[in-house]
Each structure stands twice: as C-alpha cells, then as structure tokens.
Design a protein around this ligand. Structure first.
Ligand SMILES: [Zn+2]
Length: 414
C-alpha cells in the first residue's frame, strides 16, 4: 500500500506541474540523453539469423554492427504482461503484482502495479517520456509526456482485452491515451488505429478454408503494422521526448500458429502449416522496414535499445503429452497453436537485447546471459544520472560501454 500511496502522490504532483505549465508535455530537453526503446514481442533469433545471413534484414544488420547484441534472460513461463512489467519495474512478478494476463480473476491493469515503473521514475526527475503500445499500460497513467496503451487494452469486440484489440475509437473501461487532448490530434493525423495485434482465428473458423482464413488474417496483421508504423513515425517527428518506448506484438501472434515447423513437430497439420511457411519470417522483414523508419530519428547521440520479452519455439512432444507442462496461459484458447513461450524454463525461450549509442561497444556479441530483463530499467536510469531505487533487482549494464563513464561507474548487484 505504501508504494501505491507514493505512486498516487507522484501522479498528483505530475498533474499539478502539468497544469501549472512547469512540465511541457512531450518536448525533449536537449541537455538530456535521447533514448529510444523498441520492444518486439517474442523476437526469435532462430528465425532472424537465416534472414540476416540472406541479407534480408538490412536495418537490423546495421544496428547489430553498430552495437552490442545477444540474448536476454527472461522469467520462468514468460508472457508479455508479466515480462514487460518486470522490465518496467526491475522487480519479479510476485513483487510488482503483474503475474500474467489475468490477476485475481481480472485482466491485468496499471492500477494493479505495486512497484513504480521506469516511466514514472523518469517523469518524476523531469525527463520527458513518450510511450506507445507497450503491453500492460492500460488504463494509461499521467506522466511527463504522452502514453498510448498497448496489449490488454479493453474495448468493443475485445471486452477482456486478452489477445485481441479494439481500435482507438472503440476503447472502453479506461483511457488509452494520455493526455486526453492527444486523442483528437491522433485521429486527425494518424487516423483510427488498432491498439494491438489482431485476435488469432479459432480452429472452427479455419476448418475447411485454411488458406483463405490465413491470408485474410495476414492482411489484417499487415494493416495493424502499417498503422503502428504511421503512429510511431508521427510521434517521433511531432512529439520528440527524451525517452521514448514503442512496442510491437504481431511477430509473436503470427509465430504462435504459423511458425514454420516440420511434419515431425507437435501439432503439425499440412492444411495449415504447409500453406504460408514464410508468414512468420516475413514479420521480421516487415519489422526491419519499421526499424528503418525509426532509425531516421536515431542520430549519433541517440541510444537505441531493441529488446524482446522472450523468444518463441515449436511445441515439444515430450512436454505437450504431459498435462503438467501443457500450455494453459500461452494463447492456448481456441487457436491451434504450434509454438509457444511459456516454457517453465525461461532460458529455453530467451529474450533479445541489442543496444547502440554513444560509448556503447560496437559489433560485440554478448555471450550467455549477460543481460536480464531486470537490467533494462537500472541501465536507462543510469543514462539519466538517476540512482537505481533499492527495490530494483537488476544492475547497470556497465559491460556494454567502451569506457566506464559517469553513467557506468557503479554496478549495483542484486
Ligand atoms: Zn505470445
């Protein structure tokens, strides 16, 4: 409760400062570091590596050459709301309160968050913050800038907010945009857009017309991505903030049921899995184009982090045949999934970490689990000279910098 009171006091003070005009909404301060974080839901190196070798991800390849890259240790049985909340607070789910899609019988929401997240700490230190489509940020919270919610936003046709998406105009049960005045501006300049990726079709919907339903769904996914790319471009060009965090979810959603598996993999159905074997790899080709647009806003003084909350792998016979390990939280619903990420050992589906920026090492692969989801928030706070709060479990990633500078001088162990 103490934390909630602190959060409440903080939010009241931010709102008061905004009303007094002391904090400008969404304007970057030149003297502060410029940081952009892109979250890619379920980024899988097994799929990305062959595409890199074939030269099909030119922007991604450029970022890797310019920075450090590798795996990121995630949580046990990882899923988006759980891992993004651990990233934002640098605390485990049992401490921050967001233990999954559903908490205590209700869809996880920001008012359940028991530890102060990164965006709130940055705002409290006068850093301007922009957030768009980050999972588990609904209803949006006041902050020193703007926030557009992401996965778990509720609305028309998506009443529980789980693995579906309302359009901006269809949101119900809370605000999806802060400040409220930004809604009209986005409608005028970006148009109505889906907040998150589309719901996957059910086995019944697919039966007998597999190719048709798959193609129709993939068209929707392309539309979601195009809208999201337009939104990101608009925000980065018209609302430049010191710290910006943007996230995408369609890669994961496609991977769950269209992962290019082989006939001997669990769940293989030739009617479904021989039809569009390129659908999942194509998501990364599409992401690479979005990344190319974002790179236009990354100058030599900008830090860019590309992170994923977990990877995604085909189901395994030996686990799927035992009810103990059967997927119950991982999009298991009505869609015939063939890949997942809520494996009990999170090291089986590691996340990803790529970073470029001033003083960050170049073309360096991080071996093993140098980075964990808990290290993101402390490292970003350090870039702004903000001391890591004692509740944070991670450490500043001093190993990714060329020379230990003022921002990397200390390493706070667990
Ligand atoms: Zn997923």
């Amino acid at each position: 409760m103490r934390c909630n009171n602190n959060l409440l006091n903080f939010l009241i003070s931010v709102v008061a400062l905004l009303m007094m005009g002391v904090i400008p909404a969404g304007s970057q301060t030149e003297s502060r570091p410029h940081v952009i974080v892109i979250g890619v839901n379920g980024m899988e190196w097994d799929i990305i590596r062959p595409l890199l070798l074939k030269g099909e991800l030119p922007n991604f390849a450029e970022v890797i050459q310019r920075g450090v890259y590798g795996k990121m240790r995630t949580l046990s049985a990882p899923n988006c709301p759980k891992v993004y909340s651990a990233i934002a607070t640098s605390t485990p789910p049992e401490e921050n309160g967001i233990t999954g899609f559903v908490v205590g019988g209700k869809t996880a929401s920001t008012d359940m968050l028991q530890r102060e997240p990164l965006w709130s700490i940055l705002s409290g230190h006068g850093v301007t913050v922009g957030m768009a489509n980050v999972p588990a940020t609904f209803p949006v919270m006041p902050l020193n800038g703007y926030m557009i919610s992401g996965m778990l936003t509720r609305g028309k046709g998506c009443e529980d907010g789980i693995l579906c998406s309302p359009k901006l105009s269809e949101v119900k049960g809370g605000a999806a945009v802060y400040p409220p005045s930004l809604v009209a501006e986005l409608e005028t300049n970006v148009g109505d857009f889906w907040i998150d990726c589309s719901r996957m079709p059910s086995a019944e919907e697919l039966k007998g017309k597999e190719a048709e339903v798959i193609d129709h769904w993939l068209v929707q996914v392309s539309q979601v991505r195009a809208q999201q790319a337009k939104l990101f471009d608009y925000l980065l060009s018209h609302h430049r903030t010191d710290f910006t965090m943007l996230a995408q979810s369609c890669e994961d959603r496609v991977g769950h049921w269209l992962y290019p598996i082989q006939p001997y993999n669990a769940g293989y159905d030739p009617k479904l899995h021989s039809v569009r074997v390129d659908a999942f790899p194509s998501q990364y080709r599409a992401f690479d184009q979005v990344l190319g647009k974002i790179l236009q806003y990354v100058d030599k003084n900008t830090y860019l982090f590309i992170i994923s909350d977990h990877g995604i792998k085909p189901l395994r016979e030996f686990e799927e045949s035992r009810s103990l390990y059967r997927s119950v939280h991982d999009h298991g619903g009505n869609t015939p999934i063939i890949a997942k990420h809520d494996f009990e050992d999170g090291d089986d589906v590691p996340g990803s970490f790529i970073a470029i920026g001033p003083n960050i090492k170049k073309d360096v692969r991080l071996m093993g689990f140098t980075v964990s989801v808990f290290d993101i928030a402390p490292t970003i706070l350090k870039l702004y000279g903000i001391t890591q709060p004692t509740q944070m479990k991670g450490h500043v990633l001093s190993e990714i910098f060329e020379v230990p500078g003022p921002q990397t001088a200390e390493r706070n162990a667990k």
